[in-house]
Design a protein around this ligand. Structure first.
Ligand code: FAD
Ligand code: NAG
Length: 435
């Protein structure tokens, strides 16, 4: 799909609105694709890194994201084909692997794949639309002054557009700079050890290690205050485990902090032997502190209301939500839709204020859904009589209600009433905080 300028989607505005997106992660890519699809002109997507690596491990995308991406003419088979193809996942007891519940994989994350692989597909979709992605372009300052909001790159270069979208991740610089807020990571009280590797021949042949190799499968082992996620990708060629445990140390918030395999081996001492051996034989892992941020009272720049946050920068999720990327996609659709519904450039501030109001409640629900699951998993076997029967409903993942939701449709349906609220706020000069 090679879109010539003449074939750009037609804009609801004349002249079309222009946008700059900061951060070319999944959220920033989704924002660029959605804005483009709706006829807004994305001048560029900026990312501070020189080059993307195959970073992270398992990431899920749900149907709520796929249906929007499909509407935006993305070929979602590109993602579905590289995601885990297992129909079901099992939730098991920590100590012996006894199955407590079995659910369709679609109930959790839809298609679980490698974050890096999914990211490559999103970048390809951006590229197919002729939207430039500029690497090695770190944004160091934001300004929302007349006539247009602008950003400054580390090189000193200044760029401006009608609307600026900061999709710069959980460690967002836009959050303190745009919102003038102090930025304190909040520890969730948990950390993860995570490993992703290609099992070698000896592991594949070792009956103590290979029970979950050789095919796509997803299993969870749950126990008091801990759980382990196992995900096998590419027909068993790649293996991922993630152990979530109480965080007593002071691990920095980083995607690259090496984990202590000795501590991992201690943690899995009483784990189901069928999964324990492959964990014990793993060479290395990452130590990833699960931080989140308190819900923000606003996602929009206070001065001109034309710089907005999107994705992890304003609604990061716990891993047990399995919705971080999907909610970023929803936010992209809602922002693009709000920008359609205004009269023109001078109303961008109405679009951004409606966007945050439309999105806040939904993202909170999806965030707390992940907290609820973690607490149920970590609590259900606590102090319980070892052999007590567990009601499968108590440990099942309850994400399905999140999927049958069309975020753009919801935005259009509620637009009139939300717009009324926002106009009233501008009139009275008092913008109510989101929380
Ligand atoms: C390295 C990494 C590994 C991850 N691994 C997993 C995983 O295994 N499983 C999972 O579920 N989720 C993972 N995530 C989170 C997941 O990608 C997000 O929840 C989801 O994709 C939505 O993210 P986002 O696009 O809002 O932010 P991110 O994916 O964090 O992307 C933000 C982007 O902004 C760029 N950026 C930041 N600051 C600036 C700046 N000042 N100027 C220019 N660019 C900037 C960053 O380089 C990055 O590319 C990971 C994220 C990262 C960054
Ligand atoms: C979508 O991609 C798949 C492969 O990922 C391909 O088989 C299919 O033909 C593509 N569909 C379209 C409409 O391009």
């Amino acid at each position: 799909m090679d879109l010539q300028p003449s074939k750009l989607p037609s804009s609801p505005h004349d002249p079309p609105l222009t946008a700059i997106v900061i951060g070319a992660g999944l959220g920033g890519c989704a924002a660029a694709i959605a804005l483009h699809h709706h006829g807004h002109r994305v001048l560029c997507v900026l990312d501070k890194v020189r080059q993307f690596g195959r970073l992270g491990d398992s990431l899920g995308l749900g149907d709520n994201a796929f249906s929007l991406l499909e509407k935006w003419d993305c070929n979602v088979s590109d993602i579905k084909n590289i995601g885990n193809q297992a129909p079901d996942m099992s939730i098991r007891r920590w100590k012996d692997g006894k199955v407590l519940a079995v659910q369709p994989l679609m109930d959790m994350a839809g298609y679980i794949g490698h974050r890096g692989d999914y990211h490559d597909v999103f970048l390809k979709w951006v590229d197919q639309r002729g939207i430039p992605v500029r690497m090695d372009s770190e944004v160091v300052a934001y300004e929302d002054t007349e006539p247009q909001p602008s950003i400054t790159l580390k090189s000193g270069e200044k760029l401006s557009a009608d609307v600026i979208v900061a999709a710069d991740g959980i460690k967002s610089l836009a959050r303190p700079l745009v919102l003038n807020m102090q930025d304190d990571p909040v520890s969730s009280g948990y950390a993860c050890f995570r490993a992703f590797f290609k099992p070698d021949q000896s592991m594949k042949e070792d009956p103590a290690c290979n029970k979950y190799l050789g095919r796509d499968c997803v299993n969870f082992w749950i126990g008091p205050d801990m759980h382990l996620v196992q995900n096998t990708l590419r027909g068993g060629e790649e293996f991922n485990w993630i152990i979530t445990h109480k965080d007593d140390g002071d691990v920095p918030e980083s995607w690259f902090q090496p984990g202590d395999m000795e501590e991992v081996r201690r943690l899995v001492g009483d784990l189901d032997p069928d999964i324990r051996e492959i964990v014990k034989k793993t060479e290395k892992c990452l130590d990833w502190k699960i931080c989140y941020r308190e819900p923000l009272p606003t996602w929009v720049s206070p001065g001109g209301h034309r710089i907005v946050l999107l994705g992890d920068s304003c609604h990061a999720h716990l891993p047990t939500s399995a919705q971080g990327a999907s909610q970023a996609v929803e936010s992209a659709g809602v922002l693009a839709t709000c920008l359609d519904l205004i009269k023109g450039k001078e109303e961008v501030k109405i679009a951004t204020r409606c966007y945050e109001k439309l999105r806040f409640g939904r993202t909170r629900q999806s965030q707390t859904n992940g907290e609820d699951l973690r607490d149920r998993w970590h609590g259900v076997l606590k102090g319980a009589d070892e052999e007590r029967e567990i009601d499968p409903e108590d440990v099942k993942i309850k994400n399905r209600w999140l999927y049958s939701f069309d975020a753009e449709e919801d935005a259009r349906t509620r637009w009139k009433s939300i717009r009324g609220v926002v106009e009233h706020e501008f009139l009275t000069g008092k913008i109510n905080p989101l929380c």
